[in-house]
Every structure is written in C-alpha cells, then in structure tokens.
Design a protein. Structure first.
Length: 236
C-alpha cells in the first residue's frame, strides 16, 4: 500500500514536472513569438514609412516634370532656335531625370521618370529607341547636349501631345469631347500663373473659333501650343 502510494506521488510529481517543462517551453515560445511579432511590426512600420516616403518623392518628381513640360509646350522645335532661358528650363528638366547626378540619363532613370510622368512603364526596347535617336557617342545614355536634341525631336513632340490629351481629359469631365469655356476660364484665372479675367476672356475669344462657348480638342491643342506671337497675330 505504501509502495503504491509512493508510486502515485512519483507519478504526480512526474506529471507536474512535465507540466512545468511544458509551461516553461510555452513561455519561451510565447516570448519568441512576441519578439518576432515586434520585430515584424517594426519592419512593417519601417517598410510603410519607406514606401510612403518614396511615394511622396515620386509624386513631387512627377509634378515637377509635368510643370516644366507644360511650360515648354509650344516652344521652338529647332535646336538652333532655343533661347538661353529655354535651355536653362531644359537643364532643370534634365536634372530631374538625372537622379544620381552623374551628368547623364541612363535607361533606368529615363524609364523611372516616364513611368511617373506618363503613368505607364515603357518597355526597355522603347526606352532604348528613345536613347538611340539622340545618342551620338554610343554611350547608351543621354548627356545634356543630347537631351536638348531630344527636346527638339519628333519623339518629344509626341510626348507633349500626350500631355495635352491628358490635360484635355481633365477638363472634359463628361467625356463628350468638349471643354466648357467657363470651367477653363476658372482654371486660367485661379491656377499657376493666374491670368486676369480680361486676359482669360481674350485668350478664350481667340481659341474658341466657332464662338459656341465650348472648346473642342483641336482648339484646346492650339491654345496649349500657341506662343505669344501666334496669339498676337490671331488677335489682330
């Protein structure tokens, strides 16, 4: 009887030992899971912050590129006609493309800006073709003088045209192929280098050829591409 009782004690103690060992193991496992979770959360937070920072940088880059391109639409397309001011503007644009500031634009840098600016990724083949059109020293990159040649090229004219199409689409809210002159007047007098009401009315009077209060794409494109000389001539 005594031996049986002793055996039962041993069994209980053994069970308690197993329980303690299990509890100890679970405690270590829990602590490990919590450390892993904490590290994962920290990594997630760091990853989120990095992604958010990159998103803001890309957004700022896209806005800067768009602003410069829109300001140069309608400019001369002959390299010999580029003014010093226009060349300085293109230098600013070149620097936005040249992310690592080595004085040239690589295929990756070109693709990165085009993806942000055009809203789509160009294939490596398409990017290579753009570079090849101006790459005089066969460096597979674009230096600044070559960049100026790109600005005067038909390739860039097509890119500018896509910008005009995007701008037209923003104003053509109901997608009927027309922009309400009142909405355009509001934009002209409130955004960017805002015009006065008289200046906006003058411009719209020139570009609205059929005087129906609606600007179609051809009229909108003419407005975006026209320089001051053309508008003065039309006005007279």
């Amino acid at each position: 009887m005594k031996d049986a009782k002793l055996a039962s004690y041993h069994a209980i103690f053994k069970f308690l030992d197993i329980q303690n060992m299990f509890a100890s193991h679970m405690n270590r496992l829990t602590a490990s899971v919590r450390r892993t979770h904490s590290q994962s959360s920290n990594r997630s937070r760091r990853s989120f912050k990095a992604e958010e920072r990159k998103r803001k940088e890309d957004q700022a880059l896209g806005e800067a590129v768009n602003t410069i391109i829109m300001s140069t639409i309608g400019g001369p397309k002959d390299r010999a006609d580029f003014s010093d001011t226009l060349i300085e503007t293109y230098k600013e644009l070149f620097n936005l493309f040249d992310k690592n500031k080595d004085g040239s634009i690589s295929i990756d840098e070109l693709g990165h800006v085009f993806r942000i600016h055009l809203g789509k990724s160009l294939s490596e083949s398409d990017l290579s073709k753009i570079i090849e059109t101006v790459d005089e020293n066969d460096s597979k990159t674009i230096e600044f003088e070559e960049f100026l040649s790109l600005m005067a090229s038909e390739t860039w004219s097509e890119i500018e045209k896509s910008e005009i199409i995007k701008a037209f689409a923003v104003f053509d809210r109901n997608k009927d192929g027309y922009v309400d002159s009142e909405e355009l007047r509001y934009a002209l007098t409130n955004y960017g280098e805002a015009m006065t009401e008289d200046e906006a009315n003058e411009l719209l009077n020139i570009v609205d050829l059929d005087k129906n209060g609606l600007i179609d794409y051809a009229e909108f494109e003419h407005m975006m591409q026209a320089d001051e000389g053309i508008l003065d001539c039309r006005q007279q």
